[in-house]
Design a protein around this ligand. Structure first.
Ligand code: BTN
Length: 234
């Protein structure tokens, strides 16, 4: 796959822009990076807060089932963050990357005809003051104090793309093992959230080979392939 990266200061949404470009016939491997977004999109119809200090990027890839692609992308981002910054992140099913328990990255895969627009939003040097109040206690940043930033955004972008392309071209079959080993949910008590409503709870028992999440409650198992969970505070 030929990689062609285009940089913008600010766009509405890199996923939206890349989808428009895909509809006009651009090639797999096209990447859009913006340093802020005015209408960043999140999973489940939510918005994604995208102030300066973050890296907002989308890459056009050949079609793959979106949940597996999202999981592969989570592994690629986790590996790239470690390679470039030395920071060890964990993965919260299915698409969140956490550092010290706070979300530093979200991933959104959107199918588009025979391709997928894969969007990745990273809080790189975003200051806590730049997060809205409602996410201040759950959002984190790789370098919350930008004066202590030791690495370069461009190195991280290139490493993410390299890791992702390797996984998408099936040149690494250890990714699922890595996904499971990086998981932060197995053994935890969680609330199940579907269509923005809590629909149940239970203990997470496993992530299976299709990346579905298994939750047990009173001997009854729920298997999630979509939606999300939140960790229950004790
Ligand atoms: C989530 O956590 O809900 C997924 C967030 C995905 C955000 C990224 S930022 C780059 C790309 N463009 C968007 O509008 N969204 C994705």
């Amino acid at each position: 796959m030929n990689i062609d990266i285009k940089f913008f200061d600010s766009v509405d949404s890199t996923n939206k822009r890349l989808r428009e470009m895909a509809q006009s016939g651009c090639e797999n491997g096209t990447v859009i990076v913006a340093w802020s977004q005015t209408e960043g999109r999140g999973r489940l119809g939510r918005s994604f807060c995208s102030p300066h200090g973050g890296i907002y990027m989308s890459i056009l890839l050949p079609y793959d089932e979106t949940m597996m692609l999202t999981a592969k992308a989570a592994v690629a981002v986790k590996r790239a963050i470690y390679e470039i910054t030395g920071k060890k992140c964990r993965i919260k099913w299915v698409n969140d990357i956490l550092l010290d328990g706070k979300k530093v990255c979200g991933i959104l895969a959107e199918a588009c005809e025979k391709q997928v627009v894969l969007g990745i939003g990273i809080n790189f040097s975003t200051r806590s003051a730049d997060f809205p109040d409602e996410i201040k206690n759950i959002a984190g940043s790789l370098y919350p104090n930008p004066s202590k930033q030791e690495t370069d955004e461009l190195d991280l972008i290139h490493s993410i793309v390299d890791n992702l392309v390797k996984l998408c071209e099936n040149r690494d079959d250890s990714w699922l093992y890595d996904y499971k080993a990086s998981d932060c949910l197995v053994g935890k008590e969680v609330k199940i959230i579907q269509a923005n409503k809590v629909t149940g709870d239970g203990i997470v028992t496993e992530i299976d080979n299709n990346c579905a999440l298994h939750i047990m409650k009173n001997g009854k198992e729920t298997v999630l392939t979509t939606g999300e969970v939140s960790i229950r505070e004790k």
